[in-house]
Design a protein around this ligand. Structure first.
Ligand SMILES: Cc1ncc(COP(=O)(O)O)c(C=O)c1O
Length: 418
């Protein structure tokens, strides 16, 4: 255990971890189950085009979401585009800026204009009042985002969408298995979209799934994601189909979800316990009634109290081989192509969050010993914030060697921003 500030790797000590401990490592799955499924795929010769594993996954996800329809697709980004196309949306789409850039890019890529609104400063979630204030005569939809593994105020967003007669979609990339006031996430708005990317709590290597109770939306989406096959072929279409091997992986990962969530909950509780009395560092708490999946452990770093900003803490941890993520910084409106729009918006709550939040490692690849070690480093660093900063100004003993927030090397997962 490191006891002195000079033990920190960034100031010359040895890294606490020999292997990288990263945010977003894939959840553990039962290898045998997965490999058996792969054997069945190979034996059947059915590799794609809505095979039995895709069908089974769709049935299970619809059940989890409490809706009648699910269409599994190649990723959440494309699934959201197919949804907007299926609903015939044009013009502006209101969304929070505090989200992964994919939420905005998905809409812009199909010619829609993202309009960013501010978030609730306490929860970090989209603020329905701010969403309402961002609606113009050109607005045709709101995209709410369930941030950090628990639901956003989706029922209040439903009220806003109904008041203006516009669509509501939910980016549920982080929120599989969660619930708002007893209503499972997946059943809000016109449709919701889960991500099954490798970094998500349920992973299918790559993958996404649209869930909805609206039969017509489901039928259109099913058609458009397979080249406009069937009833909707007059509208064209794209190829967003999920492969059988992705479905096999996602099913295996879904079976592990209860264990994964329990593991994450224990990690989260331990982070809270270990960092609870650390001035200037607060661990985001989640309401157990919302069935949080604890996909992310988020801390906020207050430089006024710690003497160091979030980016310095990231750098300290990186030198220890702990790869954290600033989910989400820069916020969408602070980065291109949105930051140079003619009327850039000022979103004070989002900007404050974007400057202070940091996701710490969790998931089934992160043990309680790992969590305790990360917390020891955080406590040591922030209780000597001024000395760390002065030491770094004098010239770092050890520069980050894998990855920073934007650039990676080696592993796909370490190099992606996801
Ligand atoms: C909030 C959010 N929305 C959308 C996405 C995009 O998901 P996918 O990679 O499945 O396209 C992600 C993925 O990281 C995300 O975190």
């Amino acid at each position: 255990m490191k006891t002195s500030v000079t033990d920190l790797a960034v100031l010359g000590g040895s890294p606490a971890f020999t292997e990288p401990l990263a945010v977003g490592r894939p959840s553990r799955v039962d290898r045998r189950s997965f490999l058996e499924r792969v054997e069945r795929i190979l034996a059947s010769g059915r590799h794609s085009n809505g095979g039995p594993f895709v069908e089974e996954l769709e049935a299970r996800l619809a059940e989890l979401a409490g809706v009648r329809h699910c269409v599994a697709m190649c990723n959440a980004t494309t699934a959201t585009q197919v949804l907007a196309r299926a609903r015939g949306i044009r013009g502006e789409v209101v969304m929070p800026s505090m989200t992964f850039i994919a939420t905005a890019h998905a809409m812009r890529w199909i010619g829609l204009d993202p309009v960013f609104c501010d978030v609730d400063p306490v929860t970090g979630q989209i603020d329905p009042g701010q969403a309402r204030a961002s609606i113009t005569p050109r607005t045709e939809a709101i995209v709410g985002v369930h941030l950090w593994g628990r639901p956003c105020p989706a029922s209040a967003l439903e009220d806003v969408a109904a008041e203006y007669g516009i669509d509501l979609y939910l980016d549920a990339a982080h929120a599989i298995g969660t619930a708002l006031d007893g209503r499972p996430v997946g059943g809000f708005g016109n449709a919701e979209v889960f991500s099954l990317h490798a970094t998500k709590i349920v992973g299918g290597f790559e993958g996404g799934a649209l869930v909805t109770d609206d039969e017509e939306t489901a039928e259109r989406v099913r058609s458009l994601q397979a080249f406009g096959d069937g009833i909707w072929n007059k509208h064209g279409g794209t190829n967003a189909k999920m492969s059988e091997v992705s479905a096999a992986m996602a099913l295996t990962s879904l079976e592990a979800l209860p264990d994964t969530v329990s593991h994450n909950r224990r990690n989260h509780d331990l982070y809270v316990k270990c960092l609870d009395r650390t001035p200037g560092v607060s661990v985001e708490r989640f309401d157990p009634d919302q069935r949080p999946n604890h996909q992310y452990v988020i801390i906020r770093v207050d430089p006024a109290e710690t003497g160091m900003d979030r980016d310095t803490l990231h750098r300290v941890l990186l030198a220890e081989n702990v790869i954290t993520r600033p989910y989400f910084s820069p916020a969408c409106h602070q980065t291109e192509p949105y930051s140079s729009l003619p009327t850039p918006r000022s979103l004070p709550h989002t900007e404050r969050l974007a400057a202070t939040v940091l996701a710490l490692p969790t998931g089934t690849g992160t043990s309680s010993t790992d969590v305790e070690t990360v917390c020891d480093i955080v406590r040591l660093a922030v209780s000597h914030g001024d000395r760390v900063v002065r030491g770094l100004q004098a010239g770092p003993a050890q520069e980050p060697h894998h990855d920073d927030f934007e650039h990676g090397s080696g592993s796909d997962l370490l190099s992606a921003r996801q």
